[in-house]
Write a new protein. Sequence first.
Length: 257
Amino acid sequence: MSLNFTAYSNPGNFVRSAARLLPWLWGSTAFAFAVGLLGTFAAPPDYQQGETVRIMYIHVPAAWTAMLAYTFMAVFALGSLVWRHPLSDAAQKAAAPLGAAFTFICLVTGSLWGKPMWGAYWVWDARLTSVLVLFLIYLGLIALWQTIEDPNRAARAVSIMTLVGFINIPIVKFSVDWWNTLHQPASVFRMEGSAIAGTMLWPLIVMALAYSLLFVTLHVMAVRNEIMRRRIRRLAITMAAAGEPAMACILPVEMAS
């Protein structure tokens, strides 16, 4: 059976599809986390870092998911600016807080990991600094959404800023190769193969999958909520223009959100 992408891009169809898809997404996410956490505690300690290496299974997937979320936002920004995709604005707005949350987890766990390894919670390392910049970009985009009341103007401004900020993603990814940093070079995805032992690699991959599924699940929920919020806002505007006092009082609340 062929999949009609245009039909599913309709906000109404998306809301109905999300209701059917979310139970499966939550189930898959829970299963992936259960397997990943089991592998995390079953994996052997590192010969240098000892048990501290287990922070890797939380920190590294969070970093990957933070970059994945911003990449999604850049694609949605193109969809908003170029193709005027009906779901792009809502999807982009819904992804920003999630990306900020995963970036925050990455920064916190990185600091906790850095203390026993480097002797400090924070150093102005190229990787750490570029991830901090990513977090600030997320916060700036969230603030911009809240600052501009007109949704169309806000979406256009955020889309432009998102595409400009995307230059930081390759900086985050390749900072360990371009500069002399405290972080080790890429050790999972390499042309010559992974440098991590299989007993430690598979839990990391499963946890990365679990984080990705969690992001997708939460994003689908957030997009659905954003669609409903915009419907309520449009209804409030229509009813307020028609002189309905009960609906007129809803309008300021929706515009503030």
